[in-house]
Design a protein around this ligand. Structure first.
Ligand code: BDR
Ligand code: CA
Length: 313
């Protein structure tokens, strides 16, 4: 497999942390050019801090972290402390990071990187609201055609939403940004709730991670215990859905996922359904396909991959 250059745009979040761990544990396949923080689960000051904590936990204080948007394009900020805790990474006791964020802004870093690297060689991995990416595309529309692929956690169709009956959190927080991204002509791969609700942190799966015994796996288990409590209560399932690592798992093992290339539009106006990803799964509109909407995942294969990689940290 050719080593893939990626930028991870994220709002950690315990499940974001798991995704970053999976990426940083896979240097043979993934070259992480930089990690960009965005406001989402918690305000930017926390997502930047959390991102640096995760890099240090993975033994990568040399990783480049950039800070981006403080709030959505033109809406008040919505956060999810009710899921992730006050810091966004509640659940484990960790020291404050010693790493500092780069001086360059995340939006300029994304633009410069895409202009510098050969066309079609950089993949954007988004684990939070799409504000940073939309700002970069608006400031520098020429970068759209240079992106190899944008793989995102966001949206939902058959499963409905998780922050409203119709909308998934990442899209709901900044639907205008999502609209810009889906309209940019970039090859988009979506990991919607339809996929991530299959990725349950069951007791048996978490026990395998706990058995690894290294420090990162211990911390991950503590984070997962905190993170899943909200969803276990909500869905009554054995474990909660582990959303964001699906994006990185797709880069490492695309065959774990199946879906359909179809048209996806973003609702930005209706009060009732704002943030909905209207996926034309059955091809009834004649609108041009602009995204690959994943629907099924080999959940055991996903957890085997995650566990094996976290064991390498
Ligand atoms: C998404 O929202 C956040 O709470 C998670 O980190 C994930 O990116 C799931 O809807
Ligand atoms: Ca996230």
């Amino acid at each position: 497999m050719q080593r893939r250059k990626i930028i991870i745009d994220t709002d950690p979040g315990q499940d974001d942390a798991a995704a970053i761990m999976l990426a940083l544990a896979s240097p043979d396949e993934l070259d992480v050019l930089g990690l960009t923080a965005v406001a989402g689960n918690v305000p930017l000051s926390f997502t930047s801090r959390n991102l640096r904590i995760v890099c240090e936990l993975c033994g990568r204080p040399d990783a480049k972290v950039y800070e981006g948007a403080l709030k959505p394009l033109n809406r008040p900020q919505v956060t999810a402390e009710h899921v992730h805790g006050k810091t966004g990474l509640d659940g484990a006791e960790l020291p404050e990071p010693t790493m500092v964020a780069q001086e360059q802004n995340a939006i300029d870093f994304i633009i410069e990187t895409l202009r510098r690297e050969p066309e079609g060689t950089v993949t954007l991995c988004t684990l939070g609201p799409l504000t940073n990416i939309a700002m970069a595309l608006t400031k520098a529309p020429d970068i759209a055609s240079r992106v190899q692929e944008l793989v995102m956690m966001g949206g939902g169709l058959f499963e409905g939403g998780n922050i409203t009956p119709a909308a998934e959190f990442n899209i709901y927080v900044d639907p205008e940004a999502a609209k810009i991204v889906f309209g940019a002509g970039i090859p988009v791969v979506m990991m919607p709730l339809d996929v991530t609700h299959q990725l349950l942190t069951t007791k048996a799966r978490v026990e395998k991670i706990a058995a690894l015994g290294n420090r990162p796996s211990q911390v991950l288990v503590e984070w997962l215990a905190f993170f899943e409590r909200f969803d276990i209560e909500k869905y009554g399932s054995d474990g909660g859905p582990l959303h964001d690592p699906s994006v990185i798992a797709y880069l490492l093992k695309p065959d774990l996922f199946t879906g359909r290339h179809c048209n996806v539009e973003i609702e930005t106006e209706s009060e009732l359904t704002v943030g909905m990803t209207v996926a034309d799964w059955w091809g009834v509109t004649g609108r041009t396909a602009n995204a690959t909407f994943m629907r099924h995942v080999d959940a055991d294969g996903f957890f085997e991959l995650l566990t094996e990689r976290v064991g390498r940290l």
